[in-house]
Write a protein that binds this ligand. Structure first.
Ligand code: E4P
Length: 219
């Protein structure tokens, strides 16, 4: 299972990378705006800075919603660095753009996926990654994890090469359940990755070991 971090914050990306478990980064226009990044050249420079931290797989999202615009923008993004994966929304022209980029050997991440039907379309078009949004479905009383399970089943049944990238992951249980289901990738905030470290028995056990060691040493 791959771990991607879902942020455009360089310090958080560095912290996750330094932990040694990071496989990639996902961003979106809202996350870029949250970091105060705007304007084409600043956006490009920021993507480059992210690519310089991690080994591979940095999702950079197009803003255009028409085919020609997505192709133009996606090509520009892909030129920034070989690590870039072009992120395309699940809309009609987006499916066409995914097909185009697939034929050009440019990796894509199909985003804003909320149904199995959308997942089938993206896989048939040749998306490298598919991002179903768990938390946003949970927010409106649909079961986000159930969608991940359905898509994993469909992709395995037909041998689709597209990897299921579980997105909009809000807490550690989302991540753990995705692992049980067999999602290929999970993208989440830093606090979800570091949240996996926590267990009260680890903390109390360590405190006891250190105390016993100090006692034996006569300290
Ligand atoms: C995925 O690529 C999206 O950037 C992200 O996971 C959305 O998460 P949110 O619903 O917490 O904004």
């Amino acid at each position: 299972m791959k771990f991607f971090i879902d942020t455009a914050n360089l310090a958080e990306i560095k912290e996750a990378y330094d932990l040694g478990v990071l496989d990639g980064v996902t961003t979106n226009p809202s996350l870029m705006a949250k970091e105060g990044i705007s304007g084409d050249s600043n956006v490009r420079a920021h993507y480059k800075a992210i690519c310089d931290i991690v080994d591979d797989k940095v999702s950079a999202e197009v803003i255009s919603t028409d085919f020609d615009g997505m192709i133009r923008e996606g090509k520009e993004l892909a030129k920034i660095d070989d690590k870039i994966v072009v992120k395309i929304p699940m809309i009609k022209d987006g499916v066409k753009a995914i097909k185009y980029f697939h034929s050009e050997g440019i990796r894509t991440n199909c985003t804003l996926v909320f149904s199995s039907g959308q997942a089938i379309l993206a896989a048939k078009a040749g998306a490298t990654y598919l991002s179903p949004f768990i938390g946003r479905l949970d927010d409106i009383s649909y079961d986000g994890l159930e969608l991940i399970e359905q898509i994993v089943h469909i992709y395995h049944t037909y041998g689709f090469a597209t990897e299921v990238l579980a997105a909009s992951v809000r807490h550690t249980m989302h991540l753990i359940k995705c692992a049980e289901i067999g999602a290929d990738v999970v993208t989440c905030p830093l606090k979800v990755i570091t949240g996996l470290l926590k267990h009260p028995l680890t903390d109390s056990g360590l405190a006891q070991f250190l105390a016993d060691h100090a006692k034996a040493a006569g300290k």
